[in-house]
Write a protein that binds this ligand. Structure first.
Ligand SMILES: C[S@@+](CC[C@H](N)C(=O)[O-])C[C@H]1O[C@@H](n2cnc3c(N)ncnc32)[C@H](O)[C@@H]1O
Length: 358
């Protein structure tokens, strides 16, 4: 693996230590890092330490380049690389070109966790010419990863011909440009995403047709994976606008959280890294392979299924109250509810052997 480290102040390449193999796709807490910037990043920004390197450019096994956050100890798109993952998880799975073409007005995408811009840029590039108007609303608490990516745009290889638009975005947080026959509006909302979602005085966010949800792992970034956050996000969707949100994780905890937040939830496409991901929607018909009673049985037996409520990572089995709410979820109807009976099951759903991959 070839590694370059960029120093935020001087942006010169300096030799870097071999990164740890962990990625933000791991669902388990990572061992503590010795990085001086490390701390509880789930609830506050990393401290700025002069001359400290924040990001590294790393070359993945398949030859593609990606970004590693030293503060979080996690690599973006760690296995198949930035562009390949964005294509598999979003462009192909959501059939974005078709959906954009079908939208007579504006097609709205929320890009949660803008980071180095790989998801947003790949989606814009790969859907070139589709639709009449596209609005990309990116959210992040910092533009530093995008600045770093911009400095290494040639190596990262996913900027296409959009580099000048990224420059404008970095300068003014908004850019409008013509992309073939369609108009693209791209803006960045800077700040803490959970706080923004919970702020009911913010009413001018256009409801999305698609959400690219790409935070760090729950173990490192718990605030981005809580039930209150996904509940607030779900309430911002429009009843009249089917919206689909794929995520790279297939964890039982995430799936329970999305269901209890009011989404319909199903098995998402493989990406090359994971044989299965997760897809959520406010419209049942958008889910090809909805989770069924088998999944519910496995969730009942899982040791890590209870949603996070606080922005602190922990693992816990489903509480009886959560299981009751899951059973009442429209996703599991009109299938008849299992007959209640005494025994180890709760509300008639017996425990089953858990297979709880991340
Ligand atoms: C894995 S990176 C995203 C990679 C990016 N999607 C890409 O394609 O390059 C996760 C991003 O989530 C952002 N993030 C983490 N916690 C956040 C929070 N509470 N509010 C807003 N953004 C947050 C981080 O700053 C980081 O840029």
């Amino acid at each position: 693996m070839i590694i370059f480290t960029s120093n935020i102040k001087s942006n010169r390449f300096i030799p870097a230590a071999e990164p740890q193999p962990n990625s933000y796709r791991d669902n388990l807490p990572e061992r503590p890092s010795r990085n001086p910037l490390d701390g509880d990043h789930s609830v506050r920004f990393p401290r700025v330490v002069a001359d400290a390197p924040f990001f590294q450019l790393v070359q993945l096994k398949n030859g593609d380049w990606s970004i590693r956050s030293l503060a979080e100890g996690e690599t973006f798109h760690p296995v198949i690389g930035p562009a390949a993952e964005a294509k598999a998880l979003y462009v192909r799975q959501l059939k974005l070109c078709d959906r954009m073409r079908q939208e007579a007005a504006e097609f709205v995408i929320w890009d949660v966790g803008l980071g180095g811009g790989a998801n947003a840029l790949t989606v814009i590039n790969q859907t070139a010419g589709a639709g009449r108007r596209v609005r990309m609303v990116s959210f992040d608490r910092t533009l530093e990863p995008l600045r770093f990516a911009r400095q290494h745009a040639d190596t990262l290889g996913y900027f296409g011909d959009l580099t000048c638009h990224v420059d404008q975005l970095l300068k003014s947080s908004v850019v409008n440009f013509q992309h073939g026959a369609r108009a693209v509006h791209w803006e960045v909302k800077l700040g803490d995403f959970p706080t923004l979602m919970a702020d009911e005085s913010i009413t001018d966010l256009p409801a999305p047709h698609a959400i690219l949800f790409d935070a760090y792992s729950p173990a490192r970034n718990a605030a981005m994976w809580t039930l209150p956050l996904f509940g607030a996000l779900q309430r911002r969707l429009s009843e009249n606008r089917p919206c689909v949100m794929p995520t790279y994780s297939r964890s039982t905890m995430l799936r329970t959280t999305l269901l209890l937040a009011g989404f319909f939830v199903g098995v998402g496409h493989a990406t090359g890294e994971k044989e299965e991901t997760t897809i959520a929607s406010n419209d049942r018909s958008m889910i090809d392979e909805p989770l069924g009673m088998d999944w519910l049985k496995r969730a009942r037996a899982s040791t890590s299924a209870e949603p996070l409520v606080e922005p602190t990572y922990r693992q816990a089995p489903l509480s009886p109250a959560s299981l009751k709410q899951l059973l009442a979820h429209p996703q599991f109807h009109p299938q008849p509810l299992p007959v209640a009976r005494s025994g180890p099951g709760v509300d008639g759903v017996p425990a089953a052997a858990a297979s709880d991959g991340p």
